[in-house]
Design a protein around this ligand. Structure first.
Ligand SMILES: Nc1nc2c(ncn2[C@@H]2O[C@H](COP(=O)(O)OP(=O)(O)O)[C@@H](O)[C@H]2O)c(=O)[nH]1
Ligand SMILES: [Mg+2]
Length: 304
Protein backbone atom coordinates (compact mmCIF):
# COMPACT_ATOMS: atom_id res chain seq x y z
CA UNK A 1 0.00 0.00 0.00
CA UNK A 2 2.66 2.45 1.06
CA UNK A 3 4.58 1.51 -2.06
CA UNK A 4 1.72 2.50 -4.34
CA UNK A 5 1.46 5.84 -2.55
CA UNK A 6 5.21 6.30 -2.83
CA UNK A 7 5.14 5.71 -6.58
CA UNK A 8 2.20 8.05 -7.00
CA UNK A 9 4.11 10.71 -5.11
CA UNK A 10 7.20 10.05 -7.25
CA UNK A 11 5.13 10.52 -10.38
CA UNK A 12 3.73 13.80 -9.04
CA UNK A 13 7.23 15.08 -8.43
CA UNK A 14 8.32 13.79 -11.84
CA UNK A 15 5.53 15.76 -13.47
CA UNK A 16 6.83 18.87 -11.73
CA UNK A 17 10.30 18.37 -13.13
CA UNK A 18 11.92 16.89 -10.03
CA UNK A 19 15.22 15.40 -11.14
CA UNK A 20 15.51 13.02 -8.20
CA UNK A 21 12.08 11.63 -8.95
CA UNK A 22 13.16 11.05 -12.54
CA UNK A 23 16.25 9.20 -11.35
CA UNK A 24 14.25 7.03 -8.98
CA UNK A 25 11.69 6.17 -11.65
CA UNK A 26 14.36 5.23 -14.19
CA UNK A 27 15.99 3.00 -11.58
CA UNK A 28 12.67 1.38 -10.78
CA UNK A 29 11.66 0.60 -14.36
CA UNK A 30 15.12 -0.63 -15.30
CA UNK A 31 14.80 -3.12 -12.44
CA UNK A 32 11.41 -4.10 -13.77
CA UNK A 33 9.49 -2.36 -10.99
CA UNK A 34 6.61 0.12 -11.15
CA UNK A 35 6.22 -0.75 -14.84
CA UNK A 36 2.45 -0.60 -14.84
CA UNK A 37 2.25 2.75 -13.03
CA UNK A 38 4.84 4.32 -15.33
CA UNK A 39 3.17 2.88 -18.40
CA UNK A 40 -0.13 4.42 -17.35
CA UNK A 41 1.58 7.73 -16.61
CA UNK A 42 3.18 7.83 -20.05
CA UNK A 43 0.27 6.53 -22.06
CA UNK A 44 -1.24 8.97 -24.49
CA UNK A 45 1.36 11.60 -23.69
CA UNK A 46 3.24 13.25 -26.50
CA UNK A 47 6.75 14.61 -26.48
CA UNK A 48 9.05 15.92 -29.17
CA UNK A 49 12.22 14.07 -28.29
CA UNK A 50 13.44 11.51 -30.72
CA UNK A 51 15.01 8.33 -29.55
CA UNK A 52 18.32 7.82 -31.29
CA UNK A 53 20.05 4.47 -30.84
CA UNK A 54 23.79 4.12 -31.35
CA UNK A 55 24.64 0.51 -31.83
CA UNK A 56 27.60 -1.59 -32.88
CA UNK A 57 30.14 -4.04 -31.61
CA UNK A 58 31.94 -3.53 -28.35
CA UNK A 59 34.99 -1.32 -28.84
CA UNK A 60 33.74 0.39 -31.98
CA UNK A 61 33.66 3.65 -30.04
CA UNK A 62 30.01 4.16 -29.16
CA UNK A 63 30.68 5.72 -25.76
CA UNK A 64 33.36 7.99 -27.17
CA UNK A 65 31.04 9.16 -29.93
CA UNK A 66 28.24 9.72 -27.43
CA UNK A 67 30.63 11.94 -25.49
CA UNK A 68 31.31 13.97 -28.62
CA UNK A 69 27.63 14.21 -29.46
CA UNK A 70 26.86 15.43 -25.94
CA UNK A 71 29.41 18.19 -26.39
CA UNK A 72 28.01 19.12 -29.78
CA UNK A 73 24.41 19.12 -28.59
CA UNK A 74 25.28 21.27 -25.57
CA UNK A 75 27.18 23.73 -27.76
CA UNK A 76 23.90 24.29 -29.56
CA UNK A 77 22.12 24.95 -26.31
CA UNK A 78 20.05 21.77 -26.38
CA UNK A 79 19.73 19.09 -23.73
CA UNK A 80 20.40 15.38 -23.93
CA UNK A 81 19.87 12.21 -21.94
CA UNK A 82 21.90 9.07 -22.54
CA UNK A 83 21.06 5.53 -21.52
CA UNK A 84 23.99 3.21 -21.99
CA UNK A 85 22.83 -0.37 -22.11
CA UNK A 86 25.78 -2.68 -22.37
CA UNK A 87 25.20 -6.27 -21.29
CA UNK A 88 28.94 -6.90 -21.39
CA UNK A 89 29.50 -4.20 -18.83
CA UNK A 90 27.71 -6.41 -16.37
CA UNK A 91 30.11 -9.24 -17.01
CA UNK A 92 33.37 -7.33 -17.15
CA UNK A 93 32.54 -4.39 -14.97
CA UNK A 94 35.23 -2.52 -16.86
CA UNK A 95 33.25 -0.96 -19.66
CA UNK A 96 30.88 0.63 -17.20
CA UNK A 97 33.66 2.42 -15.47
CA UNK A 98 35.11 3.51 -18.79
CA UNK A 99 31.78 4.93 -19.88
CA UNK A 100 31.45 6.85 -16.64
CA UNK A 101 34.90 8.31 -16.97
CA UNK A 102 34.38 9.42 -20.56
CA UNK A 103 30.98 10.91 -19.93
CA UNK A 104 31.69 12.40 -16.52
CA UNK A 105 33.06 15.56 -18.10
CA UNK A 106 29.47 16.72 -18.06
CA UNK A 107 28.79 16.02 -14.41
CA UNK A 108 27.01 18.98 -12.87
CA UNK A 109 25.52 20.11 -16.17
CA UNK A 110 21.72 19.93 -15.78
CA UNK A 111 21.37 19.77 -19.55
CA UNK A 112 23.00 16.35 -19.57
CA UNK A 113 21.77 13.14 -18.01
CA UNK A 114 23.80 9.96 -18.32
CA UNK A 115 23.19 6.54 -16.86
CA UNK A 116 24.58 3.10 -17.52
CA UNK A 117 21.99 0.41 -17.12
CA UNK A 118 23.09 -2.96 -15.92
CA UNK A 119 20.83 -5.31 -17.77
CA UNK A 120 20.89 -8.90 -16.71
CA UNK A 121 17.41 -10.08 -17.49
CA UNK A 122 16.09 -11.59 -20.71
CA UNK A 123 15.96 -9.83 -24.04
CA UNK A 124 12.27 -9.02 -24.14
CA UNK A 125 12.10 -7.45 -20.73
CA UNK A 126 15.29 -5.46 -21.25
CA UNK A 127 13.74 -3.89 -24.30
CA UNK A 128 10.53 -3.13 -22.47
CA UNK A 129 12.31 -1.55 -19.52
CA UNK A 130 14.65 0.39 -21.73
CA UNK A 131 11.72 1.69 -23.73
CA UNK A 132 9.98 2.96 -20.60
CA UNK A 133 13.16 4.50 -19.21
CA UNK A 134 13.73 6.31 -22.50
CA UNK A 135 10.13 7.50 -22.61
CA UNK A 136 10.48 8.85 -19.08
CA UNK A 137 13.52 10.86 -20.14
CA UNK A 138 11.76 12.19 -23.21
CA UNK A 139 8.68 13.09 -21.22
CA UNK A 140 10.82 14.78 -18.59
CA UNK A 141 11.80 17.21 -21.31
CA UNK A 142 15.21 16.34 -22.69
CA UNK A 143 15.53 17.52 -26.27
CA UNK A 144 17.31 14.34 -27.29
CA UNK A 145 17.47 10.85 -25.88
CA UNK A 146 20.35 8.63 -26.97
CA UNK A 147 20.58 4.91 -26.36
CA UNK A 148 23.92 3.15 -26.48
CA UNK A 149 23.54 -0.57 -27.07
CA UNK A 150 25.70 -3.41 -28.27
CA UNK A 151 24.91 -5.38 -31.40
CA UNK A 152 21.62 -4.51 -33.01
CA UNK A 153 20.45 -7.19 -35.36
CA UNK A 154 21.72 -10.22 -33.52
CA UNK A 155 20.13 -8.20 -30.75
CA UNK A 156 20.73 -8.41 -27.07
CA UNK A 157 18.25 -5.61 -27.18
CA UNK A 158 15.88 -5.05 -30.05
CA UNK A 159 16.73 -1.37 -30.41
CA UNK A 160 15.12 -1.07 -33.77
CA UNK A 161 11.81 -1.85 -32.12
CA UNK A 162 12.00 1.14 -29.78
CA UNK A 163 14.29 3.72 -31.38
CA UNK A 164 13.14 6.31 -33.89
CA UNK A 165 16.51 6.32 -35.57
CA UNK A 166 19.10 3.54 -35.49
CA UNK A 167 22.73 4.51 -36.09
CA UNK A 168 25.07 1.59 -36.68
CA UNK A 169 28.76 2.09 -35.99
CA UNK A 170 31.33 0.08 -37.89
CA UNK A 171 35.06 0.55 -37.99
CA UNK A 172 37.94 -0.23 -40.33
CA UNK A 173 38.79 -3.88 -39.86
CA UNK A 174 42.03 -5.73 -39.99
CA UNK A 175 41.97 -8.66 -42.41
CA UNK A 176 39.51 -9.16 -45.21
CA UNK A 177 36.69 -10.89 -43.37
CA UNK A 178 34.19 -8.22 -42.45
CA UNK A 179 32.18 -9.17 -39.42
CA UNK A 180 29.34 -6.77 -40.06
CA UNK A 181 29.06 -7.78 -43.68
CA UNK A 182 28.64 -11.42 -42.78
CA UNK A 183 26.18 -10.80 -40.01
CA UNK A 184 24.03 -8.64 -42.26
CA UNK A 185 23.59 -6.17 -39.44
CA UNK A 186 23.60 -3.24 -41.84
CA UNK A 187 19.93 -3.78 -42.54
CA UNK A 188 18.75 -2.47 -39.21
CA UNK A 189 20.51 0.86 -39.67
CA UNK A 190 18.95 4.13 -40.71
CA UNK A 191 22.42 5.65 -40.80
CA UNK A 192 25.77 3.88 -40.94
CA UNK A 193 28.74 5.55 -39.31
CA UNK A 194 32.20 4.46 -40.35
CA UNK A 195 33.77 5.34 -37.03
CA UNK A 196 37.44 5.87 -36.23
CA UNK A 197 37.65 7.61 -39.59
CA UNK A 198 41.17 8.68 -38.64
CA UNK A 199 42.39 5.08 -38.96
CA UNK A 200 43.86 3.65 -42.16
CA UNK A 201 41.32 1.67 -44.14
CA UNK A 202 38.41 3.93 -43.22
CA UNK A 203 37.86 5.04 -46.82
CA UNK A 204 37.79 1.42 -47.98
CA UNK A 205 35.33 0.45 -45.27
CA UNK A 206 33.16 3.38 -46.30
CA UNK A 207 33.14 2.22 -49.93
CA UNK A 208 32.31 -1.36 -48.94
CA UNK A 209 29.45 -0.24 -46.73
CA UNK A 210 28.05 1.90 -49.56
CA UNK A 211 28.22 -1.02 -51.98
CA UNK A 212 26.47 -3.36 -49.58
CA UNK A 213 23.71 -0.88 -48.84
CA UNK A 214 23.13 0.20 -52.38
CA UNK A 215 20.77 -2.59 -53.33
CA UNK A 216 18.39 -2.05 -56.23
CA UNK A 217 14.96 -0.77 -55.36
CA UNK A 218 16.06 0.59 -52.02
CA UNK A 219 16.46 4.09 -50.83
CA UNK A 220 20.11 4.64 -50.06
CA UNK A 221 21.15 4.48 -46.44
CA UNK A 222 23.44 7.38 -45.60
CA UNK A 223 27.00 6.40 -44.75
CA UNK A 224 29.08 8.96 -42.85
CA UNK A 225 32.70 8.79 -41.87
CA UNK A 226 33.30 10.10 -38.37
CA UNK A 227 36.29 10.36 -36.08
CA UNK A 228 35.66 11.05 -32.43
CA UNK A 229 39.37 11.49 -32.07
CA UNK A 230 39.71 14.39 -34.52
CA UNK A 231 35.99 15.38 -34.31
CA UNK A 232 35.77 15.15 -38.06
CA UNK A 233 32.23 14.36 -39.17
CA UNK A 234 30.58 14.94 -35.78
CA UNK A 235 28.69 18.07 -36.83
CA UNK A 236 27.79 16.49 -40.18
CA UNK A 237 26.44 13.37 -38.49
CA UNK A 238 24.31 15.42 -36.13
CA UNK A 239 22.96 17.53 -38.97
CA UNK A 240 22.08 14.40 -40.89
CA UNK A 241 20.25 12.94 -37.89
CA UNK A 242 18.34 16.17 -37.39
CA UNK A 243 17.22 16.11 -41.02
CA UNK A 244 16.17 12.49 -40.93
CA UNK A 245 12.46 12.24 -40.22
CA UNK A 246 11.69 9.56 -37.66
CA UNK A 247 11.03 6.18 -39.10
CA UNK A 248 11.12 7.61 -42.58
CA UNK A 249 13.26 4.76 -43.66
CA UNK A 250 11.51 1.91 -41.95
CA UNK A 251 9.77 0.64 -45.05
CA UNK A 252 12.98 0.96 -47.00
CA UNK A 253 14.74 -1.04 -44.32
CA UNK A 254 12.12 -3.78 -44.48
CA UNK A 255 12.47 -3.89 -48.24
CA UNK A 256 16.20 -4.24 -47.81
CA UNK A 257 15.83 -7.10 -45.36
CA UNK A 258 13.49 -8.87 -47.68
CA UNK A 259 15.70 -8.37 -50.74
CA UNK A 260 18.61 -9.73 -48.76
CA UNK A 261 16.55 -12.84 -48.01
CA UNK A 262 15.70 -13.22 -51.69
CA UNK A 263 19.37 -12.91 -52.59
CA UNK A 264 20.30 -15.57 -50.04
CA UNK A 265 17.52 -17.83 -51.20
CA UNK A 266 18.62 -17.60 -54.81
CA UNK A 267 22.24 -18.13 -53.85
CA UNK A 268 21.19 -21.25 -51.94
CA UNK A 269 19.26 -22.58 -54.91
CA UNK A 270 22.30 -22.21 -57.10
CA UNK A 271 24.86 -23.42 -54.63
CA UNK A 272 25.36 -26.09 -57.25
CA UNK A 273 24.71 -24.53 -60.64
CA UNK A 274 22.22 -26.86 -62.37
CA UNK A 275 23.30 -28.42 -65.64
CA UNK A 276 20.21 -27.32 -67.54
CA UNK A 277 20.98 -23.68 -66.76
CA UNK A 278 24.15 -23.85 -68.81
CA UNK A 279 22.24 -23.38 -72.04
CA UNK A 280 20.63 -20.24 -70.61
CA UNK A 281 24.07 -18.90 -69.77
CA UNK A 282 25.38 -19.76 -73.22
CA UNK A 283 22.42 -18.22 -75.03
CA UNK A 284 22.65 -15.12 -72.92
CA UNK A 285 26.40 -14.78 -73.51
CA UNK A 286 25.80 -15.22 -77.27
CA UNK A 287 23.23 -12.44 -77.22
CA UNK A 288 20.35 -14.76 -78.05
CA UNK A 289 18.61 -13.91 -74.80
CA UNK A 290 18.03 -10.45 -73.38
CA UNK A 291 19.08 -9.82 -69.78
CA UNK A 292 15.47 -9.76 -68.67
CA UNK A 293 14.66 -13.03 -70.45
CA UNK A 294 17.71 -14.75 -69.00
CA UNK A 295 16.82 -13.61 -65.49
CA UNK A 296 13.22 -14.76 -65.98
CA UNK A 297 14.38 -18.19 -67.12
CA UNK A 298 16.56 -18.52 -64.05
CA UNK A 299 13.86 -17.27 -61.71
CA UNK A 300 11.41 -19.74 -63.24
CA UNK A 301 13.89 -22.44 -62.33
CA UNK A 302 14.11 -21.16 -58.76
CA UNK A 303 10.36 -21.02 -58.33
CA UNK A 304 9.92 -24.64 -59.50
N1 LIG B 1 41.44 5.97 -33.48
C1 LIG B 1 40.27 6.17 -32.87
N2 LIG B 1 39.99 5.49 -31.73
C2 LIG B 1 38.79 5.72 -31.14
C3 LIG B 1 37.85 6.63 -31.68
N3 LIG B 1 36.76 6.63 -30.88
C4 LIG B 1 37.01 5.75 -29.88
N4 LIG B 1 38.22 5.21 -30.01
C5 LIG B 1 38.83 4.19 -29.11
O1 LIG B 1 38.13 2.97 -29.21
C6 LIG B 1 38.10 2.28 -27.96
C7 LIG B 1 36.71 1.87 -27.59
O2 LIG B 1 35.92 3.01 -27.37
P1 LIG B 1 34.52 2.96 -26.60
O3 LIG B 1 33.90 4.30 -26.76
O4 LIG B 1 34.68 2.45 -25.22
O5 LIG B 1 33.74 1.85 -27.44
P2 LIG B 1 32.31 1.16 -27.15
O6 LIG B 1 32.60 -0.16 -26.53
O7 LIG B 1 31.69 0.98 -28.50
O8 LIG B 1 31.52 2.07 -26.27
C8 LIG B 1 38.73 3.24 -26.97
O9 LIG B 1 40.06 2.83 -26.74
C9 LIG B 1 38.69 4.58 -27.67
O10 LIG B 1 39.74 5.43 -27.27
C10 LIG B 1 38.22 7.33 -32.90
O11 LIG B 1 37.45 8.14 -33.46
N5 LIG B 1 39.43 7.05 -33.44
MG1 LIG C 1 30.52 1.76 -24.42
Amino acid sequence: MTEVVAIRELLDRFRNGDRQALNRLVSLVSRGEALEEVRVELSGIKHDARLIALTGNSGVGKSTLVGQLIEHIRSQGETVAVLACDPESVLTGGALLGDRVRMSAHAGDVGVWVRSLATTSGRQSVTAHLDLAAQLLAQYGFDHVILETVGAGQGDVAVDAIADVVVLLIQPEIGDELQWEKAGVLEVADVVVVHKGDLPGAAQTETQARELLNLPGCEETPVVRVSSKTKEGIAELWELLADLPSRQRVSSRDTRRLLRLVQEYIADQFAAWPEDMNSVAEDWAAGKLTDADAVQRILAHVVD
